[in-house]
Ligand binder design. Structure first.
Ligand code: NAP
Length: 273
């Protein structure tokens, strides 16, 4: 059965979405990247994640082109840079993102990482954008447990680095988010390809009859509290990744992965890429 994740707003999304970092950087890859994003939507990967930072707007422009005519099929996420996260800055940054994306609203707007602007001011800016319909909801990214506790109100998500090579959040952050019914969004779910290069991953995946990417993604989304955003630049890769939505890893496979990539035994600071 396709794995899904519930958000505090009441919306339920497939547990795998699409990342877009570095998309739009290379004009020669543009057609393939647009085709991959559209194929991802067809395969049910409805969340698309971008940011004003990616290619200084190039990713948002490419996403806007890919989603033209399909806005209603997409749960669209973008992010504001911490340096723009004042109450007025967040409004200007959001409207610039909306222009590049060719839409009148974002489904979710995230603070890309904590910066110098007091978080209360950024959240007040987000609240105003919700009130005028520019965004449906707001959240944070790269926020550890202390930062989560410091938020004036609950975010819709915390987008964090989490994969088989980076299990630190399992010790405290992921349980805290689950307790509060806030889904985590796992970025770099195959660690930018490094998980796939691990020889033991290849072996375990081969025994299951899936690719290393499908195994690694199915592991990230196994709990039902984590939505993974995977970046795939080709139709082949996105079609492969979508198979992770329906793969249940049995207890033997999970135990083998715990042996190869042990879970954390103490609190560790949240890592960032
Ligand atoms: P990732 O998704 O872990 O890895 C992307 C790499 O995996 C690409 O080289 C891709 O190659 C390859 N890949 C994907 N599917 C594959 C498959 N089935 N078989 C073989 N290779 C495959 O890394 P990421 O892009 O860093 O993370 C995903 C998204 O998270 C980003 O795009 C971005 O939207 C978001 N992100 C957020 C933050 C933050 O601070 N909030 C930080 C980093 C990333 P191809 O491109 O050739 O398919």
């Amino acid at each position: 059965m396709t794995r899904t994740v519930d958000f505090p707003s009441g919306i339920t999304l497939p547990a795998l979405g699409q990342g877009t970092w570095h998309m739009g950087d290379d004009p020669a890859r543009r057609d393939d990247e647009i085709a991959a994003l559209r194929a991802g939507l067809d395969a049910g990967l409805t969340l698309v994640d971008t940011a004003e930072m990616y290619g200084s707007g190039a990713s948002e422009r490419l996403v806007g082109d890919a989603l033209r005519g399909r806005r209603d099929d997409v749960f669209l996420v973008s992010k504001v840079l911490p340096s723009h996260a004042t109450a007025d800055g967040v409004r200007a940054a959001c409207h610039a993102s909306l222009d590049r994306l060719g839409t009148d609203h974002l489904d979710l707007y995230l603070l890309h990482w904590p910066g110098d602007v007091p978080i209360e001011e950024t959240v007040a800016g987000f609240d105003r954008l919700v009130a005028d319909g520019s965004i449906r909801d707001w959240g944070v990214s790269n926020v550890d447990l202390d930062g989560l506790d410091a938020l004036p109100t609950a975010p819709a998500t915390d987008q964090i680095l989490y994969n088989l090579l980076r299990r630190g959040p399992e010790f405290d952050l992921l349980p805290a988010l689950a307790d509060r019914a806030i889904p985590a969004m796992a970025y770099s779910p195959v660690d930018e390809g490094r998980v796939l290069a691990h020889p033991e991953i290849e072996r375990v995946a081969g025994e299951l009859g899936v690719t290393a990417a499908v195994l690694a993604l199915a592991w990230v989304i196994r709990s039902g509290h984590v939505l993974a955003i995977s970046k795939a630049g080709s139709i082949e890769h996105v079609a492969d990744n979508a198979r992770a939505l329906d793969l249940d890893l049995g207890t033997d496979v999970l135990a083998e992965l715990d042996r190869l990539f042990p879970p954390p035994t103490r609190a560790t600071p949240l890592e960032i890429i």
